[in-house]
Design a protein around this ligand. Structure first.
Ligand code: SAM
Length: 232
């Protein structure tokens, strides 16, 4: 049942999980992703972590309904606190949230990342926060993907341990995505450019304050930099 119901977005996240990984899915809501990974034979064991009682209950319900209670441990916990040493987790997935929330979950739970070799994130917005967190914490970007489903654009960022250095545009657009320049990537950043231009136009009409001038400067810079990347 869960196999048929999984969104293309979560299927794309699943495709970056390595065979026989031990996965902790944080913010697991219905536990669809861990159940899918096990039902498709990709992994043998998983932890599903959820901070909110309602989604935790529905994760529990689905895991039991699918007959997976022996192999998917569901925990009510904040962020990476769902991971215990005895789980021997080597892969963390965090999907379907804003990039800033994902980065704060990683930052606050750093001490639970021992033994983790791969972090697969799927921010809905502000992917830049995750790339910045990676650079400051000894992780590098191994893979990136951008896709559209039901009219929404999603990014996936796969991190592995390593020293990385990215420039301003790498952090904003994604070092791999900006080279690949897929049609979805171009669509996303064309929309952003239009939105920035709209905000810039209204700020330029507003009464000048130090904060407004700084924002104008930042937007002008981003419009120029990103505009160049989008040029054919
Ligand atoms: N990961 C699923 C997906 O991609 O479809 C669910 C996404 S849902 C929009 C986000 C879930 O993350 C919610 O169920 C929310 O309760 C949970 N969440 C938010 N902050 C969390 C945290 N600090 N620790 C664990 N779960 C969290």
């Amino acid at each position: 049942m869960i196999i048929e119901r999984l969104s293309n977005r979560l299927k794309a996240v699943a495709s970056f999980v390595e065979k026989d990984a031990v996965v902790a899915d944080i913010g697991s809501d219905h536990a669809y992703l861990p159940c899918f990974l096990i039902k498709t034979g990709k992994i043998q064991r998983a932890v599903a972590g959820e901070v909110a009682k309602g989604p935790y209950d529905s994760a529990m319900h689905n895991v039991k309904k699918e007959g997976l209670a022996a192999v998917v441990t569901v925990r009510l916990a904040n962020g990476l606190l769902a991971i215990e040493e005895k789980d021997a987790v080597d892969t963390v997935t965090i999907a379907g949230m804003g990039g800033s929330l994902i980065a704060s979950i990683l930052e606050n739970g750093k001490s639970h990342l021992q033994g983790v070799k791969r972090i697969i994130t799927q921010p809905n917005i502000h992917a830049e926060s995750i790339r910045k967190w990676a650079v400051s914490n000894g992780w590098e970007i191994k893979d990136e993907h951008i896709m559209k489903e039901d009219g929404k654009i999603y990014e996936i960022i796969v991190l592995v341990e390593g020293i990385s250095s990215y420039d301003e545009l790498d952090l904003l657009l994604g070092p791999l995505l900006r080279v690949e320049k897929s049609s979805v990537f171009l669509e996303k950043w064309m929309c952003e450019l239009e939105e920035w231009q709209r905000v810039l136009n209204s700020l330029e009409k507003a009464k000048a304050t130090e904060a407004i001038e700084m924002k104008i400067e930042q937007l002008t810079r981003h419009i120029e930099l990103v505009g160049k990347v989008l040029e054919p």
